[in-house]
Design a protein around this ligand. Structure first.
Ligand SMILES: O=C(O)CCC(=O)C(=O)O
Ligand SMILES: [Mn+2]
Length: 210
């Protein structure tokens, strides 16, 4: 991996994928701080486990999630509009630090809590219309290490079927920044694992346009 510095000071590494702009700041938070923040978030966020209906069958999503942000940062999903829960002190402070590290602004955060290796997130792109044409997404990982996998999306796969997936072992305190055309050409997900892994919380800071 090539070392690069961009926009702001810091220890960003560029992740080399075509038609993507992905940067990783390994151990952006040290272990102690990441652990304390993870414990705080478990207690203070508005955790829910909604159901999804796929092909006529209803399942609870395989993780817990919470959505916090500015009151105006509505999110539309499956024809419904959701208002975020308010910022907690911890989230507000983290948001300011993430904004500085990423030289970007965010008005909401989606939190996901993977309780074990059986919790997961399917492949998707964060390309909803309200995220704008080139979404800037800052993703902070806390707790257990999990494999985050990129796969070329339909459009890119059709152009270059030699492209393979790329896995990143995201550790506690790692900050991943996705910008530019990343969401257009790549999908990402957190596969289940048979390994014995503990709790992991991931925060994705986003900017929702109205
Ligand atoms: O848990 C992760 O690292 C990924 C979360 C994610 O992709 C999302 O919230 O959209
Ligand atoms: Mn995502």
């Amino acid at each position: 991996m090539r070392q690069t510095r961009f926009n702001t000071s810091g220890a960003w590494q560029r992740i080399d994928l075509p038609k993507a702009d992905i940067q990783l700041w390994h151990h952006w938070l040290d272990d102690g701080e990441a652990e304390a923040i993870c414990a705080d978030l478990m207690q203070t966020l508005d955790w829910q486990q909604p159901s999804l209906t796929i092909a006529g069958r209803t399942h609870k999503i395989p993780r817990l999630k919470a959505w916090h942000g500015d009151p105006a940062a509505h999110y539309r999903y499956s024809g419904q509009s959701f208002s975020p829960s308010p910022w907690t002190d911890t989230l507000r402070q983290l948001k300011a630090r993430v904004e500085e590290a990423c030289a970007a602004q965010f008005n909401s955060v989606l939190a996901n809590w993977y309780r074990s290796g059986q919790d997961s997130m399917g492949f998707h792109a964060d390309n909803e219309r309200e995220l704008g044409v080139e979404p800037v997404i800052a993703s902070l990982s806390l707790g257990a290490t999990r494999r985050f996998v990129f796969q070329p999306s339909g459009e890119l796969k059709a152009q270059a079927n030699y492209l393979k997936s790329l896995g990143l072992e995201l550790e506690s305190g790692d900050l991943l920044l996705m910008r530019g055309s990343t969401q257009r050409y790549w999908k990402h997900g957190i596969p289940k694992t048979q390994k014995l892994v503990g709790d992991r919380i991931n925060l994705t800071f986003r900017y929702i346009f109205r």
